[in-house]
Design a binder for this molecule. Structure first.
Ligand code: 3PG
Length: 215
């Protein structure tokens, strides 16, 4: 598959839902009810992070039992992480940052990949390798919407999925920006609510997030 095709697939995934819950899960047994709550609320795309041991098993369980969910693997830090996500059959991989090794591995692979950027230098490394759809992390501490405006000057084709500091209070502002394809964050399904099994609350937050930009 060409890098244009994988880029197009990533755009298609990001068009499915305006908000991508970033999930940190300790117990893979909670993955399926969590994903059902998110999907029921209207958010189909999820980022399951590799921050915990349970991450890969959680992603596997959702892929097996919640077919409406579109599962991406997050906190992809190394080429080995990227390979693990690809072997799992995830829909995409996403990273809080970028390294040349990771970009080269993803460029050679078939799994759509969104590298993370914070600076013009990061973005330069990405766009010169064909990665124009990037995560902007940590979005609020790294300059907020003003930083996206500034980066859009030298990189007019770049499109962003900001995460980090986004919540129900500021999400609409981020989504209104024309360079922002989707946003991500942990506010829809924080680790504490997952641990407590607060599925109704998570579903309600998902419904509110999905309504920010109806499909
Ligand atoms: C991420 O990995 O994208 C962030 O940790 C999400 O940031 P948040 O917890 O501030 O939403």
């Amino acid at each position: 598959m060409s890098s244009q095709q994988t880029a197009a697939r990533l755009r298609d995934v990001f068009a499915l839902a305006p908000v991508i819950p970033v999930i940190t899960i300790e117990d893979a047994g909670q993955a399926v009810p969590l994903a059902r709550a998110l999907v029921k609320g209207g958010l189909r795309v999820v980022e399951i992070t590799l921050r915990t041991q349970a991450g890969l098993d959680a992603a596997r369980a959702i892929m097996a039992e919640v077919p409406e969910a579109v599962v991406g693997i997050g906190t992809v830090l190394t080429p080995a992480d990227y390979e693990r996500a690809a072997e799992l059959g995830a829909a995409f991989a996403i990273s809080p940052g970028m390294s040349v090794e990771l970009l080269d591995a993803a460029k050679a692979g078939a799994l759509p990949f969104a590298p993370g950027i914070q600076t013009a230098s990061d973005l330069m490394a990405c766009v010169t390798r064909g990665f124009e759809l990037v995560k902007f992390f940590p979005a609020v501490p790294a300059g907020g919407l003003a930083a996206i405006d500034a980066l859009a000057g030298p990189f007019p084709n770049a499109r962003f999925c900001p995460t980090g500091g986004i919540n129900a209070g500021n999400a609409a502002q981020w989504l209104a920006h024309k360079k922002v394809l989707a946003i991500g964050g942990s506010w829809v399904a924080p680790a504490a609510d997952i641990k407590a099994g607060n599925w109704t609350l998570i579903e309600q937050r998902a419904r509110e997030a999905a309504a920010l930009r109806p499909a």
